[in-house]
Ligand binder design. Structure first.
Ligand SMILES: C[S@@+](CC[C@H](N)C(=O)[O-])C[C@H]1O[C@@H](n2cnc3c(N)ncnc32)[C@H](O)[C@@H]1O
Length: 250
């Protein structure tokens, strides 16, 4: 089980979430409570909690906007204990969660124990560092001719740069026109901040592997076949600083 995924799920329990007229938010909360277990909730005003609250809202908005716009396929890469496939389940929408086999097996077991049905959801186990993500998704029934919303939240930082590039290219290869990618990357404004962040999270046993500057993140995405969606300069600067990006296939 991924300790970082567990901590994110625990903190997310207390965040306000973007509402939608479909789905089952209580199922998501039940999963989150089960995962959180005895994990103590930390200072709600810590910079990390504030960051995670903003990140959660960003990905919630990206999801609800895409679903309201008619997207019928969602791929959650590095899903961890993200419960959006429950919270935002919508008739006619197919969800795929692709994650490391160890984390995913634990999630699947919890959902079964909690008797939370997931007919809308296909689980795909893959290690992004060694497996062919495109083939795994296609083999699980992901339709490359249908526009997809890809979510990649809080994952890139744990992957080596070369693995991020191969993941982004694999997602791009399955992205029909009209697809969207929402991704968070870790950006740091100074070496000192980068070091602090690396030590704090590295202490949990899951080392941070890739922290980029905002500009490097934008270049990396462009070289992987994704381009940023147009947004007003101020809003773009704010999301680049936070490391939250919304893209479409080039
Ligand atoms: C911090 S968690 C984020 C989980 C979720 N996206 C969220 O925001 O709640 C990081 C996730 O990345 C996944 N991950 C890390 N390295 C991976 C790899 N090499 N292959 C597949 N998944 C990986 C972990 O299994 C975990 O689910």
């Amino acid at each position: 089980m991924s300790v970082t995924a567990q901590r994110v799920a625990a903190r997310r329990l207390s965040f306000p979430r973007v509402p939608a007229p479909y789905g089952d938010p209580e199922a998501d909360q039940r999963l989150g409570r089960d995962v959180a277990g005895p994990v103590a909730l930390v200072d709600p005003y810590s910079p990390m909690t504030v960051h995670l609250a903003a990140r959660t809202a960003y990905f919630d908005r990206a999801t609800v906007r895409a679903l309201d716009g008619g997207i019928t396929q969602v791929v959650v890469a590095g899903a961890g204990y993200d419960g959006r496939a429950l919270r935002y389940a919508k008739p006619g929408v197919r969800w795929f969660e692709i994650d490391h086999p160890a984390t995913q097996a634990d999630k699947v077991a919890r959902l079964a124990r909690l008797a939370i049905p997931t007919p809308q959801l296909t689980f795909v186990a893959a290690d992004f560092a060694t497996d062919d993500v495109g083939a795994a998704l296609a083999g699980a029934g992901h339709d490359q001719a249908t526009p997809t919303l890809f979510l990649c939240e809080g994952v890139a930082v744990y992957l080596d740069l070369a693995v991020i590039v191969s993941l982004l290219r694999a997602l791009r290869s399955g992205a029909a026109p009209g697809s969207r990618l929402a991704i968070s990357v870790s950006t740091a404004t100074s070496d000192e901040r980068r070091h602090q962040f690396q030590s704090a999270v590295g202490a949990l046993g899951e080392p941070l592997r890739t922290i980029l500057t905002a500009e490097a993140a934008a270049e990396l995405l462009a070289s992987s076949g994704w381009q940023e969606l147009p947004s007003p300069p101020e809003r773009r600067a704010r999301s680049l600083r936070a490391g939250f990006l919304s893209l479409e296939p080039v």
